[in-house]
Design a protein around this ligand. Structure first.
Ligand SMILES: *[C@@H]1O[C@H](CO)[C@@H](O)[C@H](O)[C@H]1NC(C)=O
Length: 453
């Protein structure tokens, strides 16, 4: 590569690229880890720099400043194996291209306000910045939450009444709302809730089979077996008609509710009554309603659940996929209860830290697959080794959580807090993991990249 004769800014990039190439060659064979962190951050810097004018800076000096921070970062051997050249070099090419385009004069003007915002944010400590982000982008207003709850509750009441009239013999428990909206864990917008529909099954006739004991052997995927058929023949339980091969079929339960609620209820009339637009979401694997208000939108998931003793199973085809007889073993209730309990014991801010992370992931296309469930487990694990969750420690815990997530991504495994055998990352592709890892690496030295609205 020949970069001679180019302008100063491009020389800076040339230096970094040369550095990267030299080190990539050096390290790819050796299998060390540190250089990847360097490469990752350097690329990030390149991309940032591409957003500035070449005359804005002294490239050599910048580069030197950078290296000091770079060495603080640890890195993923897995990513390294995939090859710096494959993953990182593509980014360099893109950055170099962006840089070229940036040197056209017209784009300089648009860049100014962004730089100014950045400068203001630099004056705040991460602690203050996290609080600011929480207030402005994470926390929901009490009014929004109660309005969404009321609306979901109205619909719950209507559906319950309707089902009761249409299927008086269907043994259902009291329907109720559930999920993050009810547990003060929802972030960014009050826009989704669960409507739990408890199926009452007879403990004498049905038995819950733990995931490990089924053919699939997946710890989260349980089955519901019909027992005592010789004494209580088929038909004795209302749910017998939804049995396939001796097991209660989650798919048939979803289908019957789809038919008897989603396809049958008079949604236009209900919309009139509730003064909003309520309609089923078509083509989804979930039983999902969309409620459109004047200024907001709310989604309600109808979730058939089975509870025997302390075990809660849900019919979630989008999770259990093509296995029609599988029920999802939900640990949501235990996890959120534990989190609240811990916070209550020491007036900690685990929930606030979790909600900040949830908002970060929800707002980032790269991190979106990290759900509230994943993040709750990360915080619960972290609570086992860190006891200070006071406000003063918030920034430290936040950054630590990021590092922990990187660690889980590196080994491709996040064990469920209450069930070590469950790997919550099992359906993440290698590519998704690499991309998340890449972004979070960059965030270790520059958390600000996560705190964008
Ligand atoms: C319910 O039925 C509709 C078609 O009437 C279909 O589009 C939708 O995907 C079904 N929902 C579920 C959860 O099966």
């Amino acid at each position: 590569m020949d970069y001679r004769g180019k302008r100063r800014g491009e020389d800076g990039i040339a230096a970094v690229i040369d550095f990267l190439l030299a080190n990539a060659r050096l390290v790819l064979g050796v299998g060390g880890a540190a250089v990847l962190g360097i490469a990752t951050l350097a690329v990030k810097r390149l991309i940032e720099r591409a957003g500035r004018t070449p005359d804005d800076e002294k490239p050599d000096q910048k580069t030197v400043d950078g290296w000091e921070e770079l060495s603080l970062v640890s890195a993923s051997p897995k990513l390294l194996k995939k090859g710096i050249e494959g993953v990182v070099m593509k980014q360099i090419a893109a950055a170099a291209k962006a840089q070229k385009e940036q040197s056209k004069p017209s784009s300089n003007v648009a860049e100014k306000p962004k730089t100014e915002v950045k400068r203001i944010q630099l004056c705040l400590s991460l602690q203050e910045r996290l609080q600011q982000y929480y207030q402005s982008h994470v926390a929901l207003s009490v009014e929004d939450v109660s309005q969404a709850q009321q609306q979901a509750l109205d619909i719950c009441t209507e559906i319950q009444g309707f089902l009761h009239t249409k299927h008086p013999d269907m043994p259902l428990g009291e329907m109720h709302l559930g999920g993050s909206l009810l547990d003060d864990l929802q972030v960014v917008a009050a826009d989704h809730a669960c409507l739990l529909v408890p199926l009452q099954i007879e403990s004498m006739l049905w038995k819950l089979i733990p995931g490990e004991d089924t053919i699939l052997g997946k710890p989260q995927f349980w089955m519901v077996r019909r027992i005592n058929l010789e004494y209580f023949p088929r038909g004795r339980s209302f749910w017998d008609k939804y049995m396939v091969g001796g097991y209660l079929s989650s798919k048939m339960i979803i289908e019957v509710l789809n038919k008897s609620v989603m396809e049958t209820m008079n949604w236009p009339s209900l919309s009139n009554t509730l003064e909003c637009t309520v309609r089923p979401v078509m083509g989804s694997q979930e039983l999902k309603l969309e409620i459109q208000n004047q200024h907001s939108q709310l989604y309600i998931n109808i979730l058939p659940t089975i509870r025997l003793d302390d075990t809660v199973l849900t019919a979630q085809l989008e999770v259990t996929g093509s296995f029609d007889n599988m029920w999802f073993h939900s640990l949501y209730t235990s996890e959120t209860a534990r989190l609240s309990e811990l916070d209550a014991e020491d007036h900690g801010l685990r929930k606030q830290c979790l909600k900040t992370l949830k908002a970060v992931c929800r707002n980032s296309p790269t991190l979106r697959k990290l759900s509230g469930g994943h993040l709750t487990n990360v915080i619960l694990h972290l609570s086992e080794k860190e006891y200070d969750w006071t406000e003063a420690a918030l920034a430290d815990r936040f950054q630590q959580a990021i590092t922990e997530i990187i660690g889980y991504l590196e080994i491709g495994c996040l064990p469920s807090y209450f069930k070590q055998t469950v790997n919550l990352l099992s359906d993440f592709s290698e590519e998704e993991i690499d991309e998340m890892g890449f972004m979070l690496y960059c965030a270790v030295s520059e958390p600000e990249i996560l705190l964008q609205p």
